[in-house]
Design a protein around this ligand. Sequence first.
Ligand SMILES: C[S@@+](CC[C@H](N)C(=O)[O-])C[C@H]1O[C@@H](n2cnc3c(N)ncnc32)[C@H](O)[C@@H]1O
Length: 421
Amino acid sequence: MANPIIDLAAQISNAAKAIADFMVSNSHPQPSFDVDAPQSFPSAPKDILDARQQLLDASQTIRELLLGPAEYLRWFSCGHHDMSSLRWIYHFKIAEAVPLDRPISYAQLAKERSVDEDLLKRILRHAMTNRIFYEPESGLVAHTCVSALLVRSKSLNDWVGYTLEETYPSSAKLVEVHEKHGNSQKPSESAYSIAFNTDEPLFVHLTKFPDRERRFANTMIEMTSTEGYSVHHLVDGYKWEDIGNATVVDVGGSTGHACIAIAETKAPEATFIIQDLSTVIEQGAKALPRGLESRFTFQEHDFFTQQPVSASIYLLRFILHDHPDSVSKQIIQNIVPAMKNGSRLIINDTVIAEPNTLPRSEERKSRTMDLEMMTMFNARERPLADWVKLCSDADNRLKLQSVSRPEGSVLSVMEFILDDQ
Ligand SMILES: C[S@@+](CC[C@H](N)C(=O)[O-])C[C@H]1O[C@@H](n2cnc3c(N)ncnc32)[C@H](O)[C@@H]1O
């Protein structure tokens, strides 16, 4: 008779052995919570990455089975305290005051950060159950590799700050906003708007708070600096070598990093126009690598206005998932009049997988991003059918030509062609 606990334990054991052997034979340190432990799992062949995925999912399942539904649900619904203790640590800059190379007493730490010692002790002792700091001996606090990252990685610190100071209070208003506005298509009617008492969309509202705006920008850098968002997937995931001397217009192209990578490796004759808001464009023009000047133009352009350049290829990379359907439709409709028959619109964005087609922890990440988009912008992560519908609603001559998700990429490459027939 099948025994789920034994089966899962066997899966865990086999996968753990494969991973441990890989670590030893490649001289990688075994994973630990030591303050100097590596920040992430090392690059590894596919079978090892698959084993890691299997172990992560099986260990989660076995834990949930062993808890049983009542204990599972009871404590799952207390998860907000994990967020609030980390938020407290972030807000009062506790990690920055703990030395990386030795412990510090609660009394000294409280004094340095001007916080109450009793509150500090109770909150840190909760966070320690999540591997954030540890108590090497009673009364002393020291870093683990997790808490140390709050000090060592500015962008990850900003990620934690943005999610806990902006997203977390907004997520608590999801019910209120849906009671008030239903499935609104307006970015100004989001849970964020209710939590922060504003009728401005997040991007506009943040311009009034330079520190929060900078933190948001760094959060994006942190997110897109990971392998899953690397531009090399867009470079390798499309037939750029076939575009010859075409002009590519990168709408909302930031400082041009995607097109620079394409120009340098795959499309030596193509020209590129990078469009974005003025400050971003200025930054990009200044940082353009030498040798590309004759093929690159940086142009201020608001994608909520009509596209001024007629070209054969338009790129929208990581733009539309931030916007509700009605707004995304408007962005596309502003491009279409500049397109000719056969012009291409390349959308490099998330195509959310159908339910139960990904390993559970991977599906969870993409569903988390979907709720993130819902909470902050009334936007969404879309399955392929919704992308096709969005483009067709924008202009029914836009036809999906190809779609692919390069190995290791979070984003897919969708190619739509304007077909007048
Ligand atoms: C998430 S980033 C994506 C940047 C780039 N495409 C990439 O893949 O890294 C969104 C970009 O849209 C730009 N943006 C926001 N609103 C815009 C607007 N109304 N018109 C043009 N660009 C805009 C931002 O400045 C930012 O560079």
